[in-house]
Design a protein around this ligand. Sequence first.
Ligand code: HEM
Ligand SMILES: *[C@@H]1O[C@H](CO)[C@@H](O)[C@H](O)[C@H]1NC(C)=O
Ligand SMILES: *[C@@H]1O[C@H](CO)[C@@H](O)[C@H](O)[C@H]1NC(C)=O
Length: 512
Amino acid sequence: MALSFINTVDIFCGVLCLFLLHSLLRRPRKGPLLPPGPKGLPLIGNVLDMPSEQQWLTFAKWGEQWGDICSVTVLGQPFIILNSAKVATAMLDKKSSIYSDRPVLQMAGNLVGWVNVLALIPYGERFRRVRRLFHRIMGTSASMKNFSQIEEFETRRFLRRVLTKPGDLAAHVRHIAGAIILRISYGYEVKEVGDPLVELVDQAMEQFSSSTAPGAYLVDVLPILRHVPSWFPGAGFKRTAKSWAVTMNQMVDEPHQFVKHQMAAGTARPSFTSSLMEGKSITAEEESDIKWSAASLYGGGTDTTVSAIYSFFLAMTRYPEVAKKAQAEIDAVVGNERLPTFEDRPHLPYVDALVKEVLRWNAVAPTGMPHRVMEDDVHDGYLIPKGALVIANIWKLLHDPAVYVNPDVFNPDRFMATESTLAEPDPRGVCFGFGRRICPGLHLADVSVFISCAMSLAVFDISKCVEAGVVIEPVHENTTGTVSHPKPFKCSIKARSRKAVSLIEADEHKQR
Ligand code: HEM
Ligand SMILES: *[C@@H]1O[C@H](CO)[C@@H](O)[C@H](O)[C@H]1NC(C)=O
Ligand SMILES: *[C@@H]1O[C@H](CO)[C@@H](O)[C@H](O)[C@H]1NC(C)=O
């Protein structure tokens, strides 16, 4: 025990000394320099400059001061921040073959084991295999036909819940996003309340966010600490990791086994998992890929869709004239004898523009996910060193006043070309990220947001709450995180007419 104590401390001090020496002795190198940025302190670099809240706002300010490519260094780790779509595309799309790795997360990735979900898989063979699986099932807009029934069915259930309890909007949005993903991944139908799989998955996702919270675990700053034995005082993080790994593995295994049992019994509904497991015999490696891909769907697809749909309701509350205009289009094209479907989309240009505006206005993933550079590169004359983490400030790209007029205003008309004005660029070109790491669920996200918006507008009037004769302005603030959500706000949601009520209720018994 004593011996290993000395070892750990020795290693720790040794590494620290080396690190300090290295930093002190490092000469400015010849040749290209890192992109400019705020001047940091010796040794620790820009630790104190790094914002802990709403990073995208600070990053945007740096962009204004230092240019579209700027950089900061935190404890020796360079971060490259991109603040225009032009630079992000030139670097992350065009040079995708060297800009597609992910950072190594010691706590979440290696110790708990989340390194196997697609978002964290290092660039390489396994990454390509898993991306291929995603592509096979949801890689094209044509493949969305396979999901339209599930989407329409679950969205109807959502309308019914909102009608019954409009005050619980946030919970209903969460419920529908989870229900759709679990149906698609495993053909699993979620219970109205207290669903055991939803509880398991929520618990695992919560532990995932805790383990990836920046600065939460020292082992992410000093990776050497991962070798500390778990009985060691202060090594509580290792025991935490072990217990979280149990939840994670349950979340990955249990629904997978559920599908396998159903397939054996011949009762499986078609799903991501069942279609990949069907037919030819599957190797253990392939099965592991399938299992982790399905789990990656939940991680990538739930919180993001929740944020987008919740933002839609916020936008409708704040911009009633937009809602009216969209409803007029739906009434004219769809009528009021039925709910809108995917087939209507090509005939609903304003609603389509509204979907784009939802994805732009309140960026779901404001700073995207970091890309790790795999080789030294020189871009626009700047050194982008191997191992640097590149962050595209997606929020800024979607709120760049040079690209989007009055970027903070929710205005779908910006996407409708007129005789005198061009349409502004489609936000879907940046909101889903870049290069080989681009969001593999982007088609699914797009159809989910469309059907929620179209069906909700068809039957509901969404407006500001009036309490004791006073109109309540809905707050517009956002949470910080990889996925940012509007903070809870108040709104009033009422059926547009008796006809609307009967549409919501009638459709419940059809379909399955
Ligand atoms: C409005 C909804 C969504 C938005 C705005 C969004 C956005 C993003 C962004 C910005 C990234 C990072 C891309 C990069 O590194 O450059 C990403 C990655 C990812 N998304 Fe989405 N996403 C959404 C919905 C979905 C859905 C519905 C799914 C699954 C069905 C999904 C699955 C994933 C996965 C697995 C990754 C990791 C990809 C990788 O690392 O290779 N996302 N998403
Ligand atoms: C829809 O799913 C079926 C069965 O899983 C598959 O064979 C077909 O290729 C899919 N369609 C598209 C357009 O992806
Ligand atoms: C957050 O809220 C503000 C309103 O104060 C809005 O303009 C901004 O675009 C929102 N979105 C994000 C991701 O911060």
